[in-house]
Design a protein around this ligand. Structure first.
Ligand SMILES: [Cu+2]
Length: 246
């Protein structure tokens, strides 16, 4: 019997230590990524969309990074997730992420995140071999990773063609977007908080610049004007919604 006592003592110590770290007043945040075109869920591979200059287009690829997700509490405190999350619309697992940093119960006034990768996160080879293959931005163009690959086909006045609407940090210039979305006093009051980050794909092609597929051409990676235009058009692409079940 006596021999068991030190072991029990250690066990009690162990549990009391771990118990101290569990905060019952924290929410685990799970984010789902949704994609729409105007108001309806995005449908892939069908030329059913039309841009502001009257060109019909389809979308076949949507791949991008969301990083540095920050929750801004109404009391001024901030909760930052170092996560770099890769989204591929065709990969169901990538459409949901549970964040490593819980947030305390409370009232949140905004969520901010980086669309793409900020310069300090955008280093060739830093995200592993799979993402190197999928998203690498060519070293001669400055290296790092694409922020996004948005691809499809379009029908213009001169016939049909494909477009690779690829965005990235061209020649050392940062074209990522600091997205900051005000919330109408989001209350975190239960153990789980579910949010949707919604990308309205049609907004990449308008406001402030009506995107003309024929003018810009099928490939835009080497074009700084195109990259700057994509960055500006992207300012209103993202929104946040709460699932109905929240
Ligand atoms: Cu590319």
């Amino acid at each position: 019997m006596k021999k068991n006592i030190p072991f029990l003592f250690l066990l009690v110590l162990f549990f009391s230590c771990t118990n101290n770290k569990i905060d019952p007043e924290e929410a685990t945040v799970t984010i789902s990524f949704e994609h729409i075109n105007n108001q309806a869920p995005l449908i892939l591979n069908q030329q059913i969309y039309s841009n502001a200059v009257g060109q019909d287009y389809s979308i076949k690829t949507v791949k991008y990074f969301v990083s540095q997700i920050v929750f801004h509490n109404a009391d001024g405190s901030v909760y930052t997730n170092p996560t770099i999350h890769y989204v591929d619309i065709r990969d169901k697992e990538s459409l949901t992420v549970t964040l490593p940093q819980n947030i305390p119960f409370g009232n949140y006034s905004s969520i901010s995140f980086v669309y793409g990768l900020a310069p300090e996160d955008n280093i060739t080879g830093s995200l592993g071999i799979d993402l190197d293959r999928l998203m690498e931005w060519p070293v001669p163009m400055g290296g790092g990773y694409h922020y996004m690959k948005l691809e499809g086909d379009y029908q213009g006045g001169n016939g049909s063609d494909f477009f690779n609407f690829h965005a990235g940090p061209l020649a050392g210039n940062d074209y990522s977007i600091a997205v900051d979305i005000p919330l109408n006093n989001l209350l975190a009051t239960s153990k789980t908080l579910n949010l949707n980050i919604v990308m309205n794909v049609s907004n990449w092609f308008q406001n402030p610049t009506d995107w003309d597929f024929e003018y810009w051409g099928s490939g835009i990676m080497g074009n700084p004007d195109a990259q700057a235009t994509v960055q500006k058009n992207g300012a209103d692409v993202f929104s946040i919604t709460l699932p109905l079940t929240n």
